[in-house]
Design a protein around this ligand. Sequence first.
Ligand code: GTA
Length: 175
Amino acid sequence: MASLFKDPTKLSAYRDRRFSGMQEEYEEALLTSTTIYVGNMSFYTTEEQVYELFSRAGEIKKMVMGLDKNSKTPCGFCFVMYYSREDAEDTVKYISGTILDDRPIRVDFDWGFQEGRQWGRGRSGGQVRDEYRTDYDPDILFTPFFNYTIEFVQLYCFVVLCLSLGGYGKIVQKE
Ligand code: GTA
């Protein structure tokens, strides 16, 4: 039977292009690391929210929010460093796929945080993936849709109100 939880012994296909070692060294780092990468986050999720969720798996040593290198604002990812490997594995197993701020977050083992890795590497300043994506997450797709719908309903109500007030004015004038 398929498990609901992500298997922490299976590594993802992601490889950091800036890791200077060999593939075996990269895999070894992932298999022993206490750092996890969290992706597909909302740009509005705060450090406090991330801390609240991820500290459920174990004591957090350090957390680094991913930032747009131009605007210096959160751009959808972060790194969480634990004291123990077990806690990092539990995070990958149980927290990956959790909905945080309406988005299913993705938790992946990471080879280890280094200064500079907190910046988005895309040309626009955010993450590279955001420049190539065609599969937008539901809240990105639907939020503008709902916003437009609400604006349309507001405009419709405003027009109806104006028309009825205009009609009422004419009746009052006649009387
Ligand atoms: N541990 O999954 C991850 C992960 N990701 C996606 C980013 N980081 C990750 N770390 C782990 N696991 O420190 C880390 C990076 C860096 C920081 C910001 O987050 O190591 P980034 O997302 O801006 O840039 O990184 P990165 O990772 O160097 O981008 P990369 O590898 O080129 O592309 C990421 C994804 O974008 C690809 O998997 C693919 O889905 C998409 N993509 C890239 N190029 C193309 C293309 N030409 N066409 C279509 N899709 C593309």
